[in-house]
Design a protein around this ligand. Structure first.
Ligand code: PCA
Length: 218
């Protein structure tokens, strides 16, 4: 879906369909809500898509979306079931190593995401500023240093590979939404996930990074 605002940045936001036997994926749900409700006042041309959880299909689709819409900002999102905080991914690796089959039954092992490309690439959105702004809303958020080696990482790496360095590209993993999580797994209210994504996009559009110590010790 596309909502036009002439002269404003073009923002591509993607989520995913359910996978791994689950009946819901909060990332796809949040992206559908964003398409319906907008970006909370940010002037932008919003393009949204819910991607299939297939290595081949998702990568093809994100390349097509980027070629068609030439976005200034790409924020791809996916579910990280088991995490309790919004995870602002800093690193995409050029590696497919699937612990479970994708929704097409493919299970690539130790293959590149983009043959010939470097081993890894960094997000080009201000990850520390994004995590701080989401945290300031009272929603748990952190910079994450691994988007895994499944379809989310593949889409993240592909989006970085398919765009020029001027494009701001980020990936955000979200926890289960309330009522969806397996027993004992952390959840966030769906409205918080949507609000967090609106903030991610606003801070990505602003572009300024926070200069502050971060990282992890292990
Ligand atoms: N999460 C998976 C794939 C789709 C999704 O929402 C991942 O983290 O790779």
């Amino acid at each position: 879906m596309t909502a036009q605002t002439p002269g404003a940045p073009i923002v591509l936001v993607t989520g995913f369909e359910p996978f791994g036997g689950a009946s819901a994926n909060p990332s796809g749900d949040a992206v559908r809500t964003l398409a319906a409700e907008g970006l909370g006042g940010l002037a932008a041309t919003l393009v949204t898509a819910v991607l299939p959880v297939t290595f081949a299909g998702a990568a093809t689709r994100i390349r097509e979306l980027i070629a068609t819409h030439r976005p200034d900002i790409v924020v791809a999102t996916g579910l990280a079931g088991g995490r309790s905080a919004i995870g602002v991914e800093r690193v995409a690796v050029n590696l497919l190593d699937a612990r479970i089959p994708d929704n097409a039954g493919d299970q690539p092992v130790d293959l590149p995401s983009a043959p010939g490309a470097p081993a890894a690439a960094f997000a080009t959105v201000p990850v520390k500023a994004i995590a701080a702004s989401v945290t300031a809303l009272g929603i748990p958020a952190e910079v994450s240093y691994s988007a895994g080696t499944f379809v989310c990482n593949h889409v993240f790496f592909t989006a970085l590979d398919a765009t020029s360095p001027h494009t701001r590209v980020g990936f955000v993993h979200v926890p289960w939404a309330t009522g969806q999580a397996p027993v004992g797994a952390p959840e966030l209210p769906p409205a918080d996930i949507v609000r967090a994504l609106q903030t991610v996009i606003a801070v990505a559009a602003d572009g300024a990074e926070l200069v502050a110590p971060g990282g992890t010790l292990h």
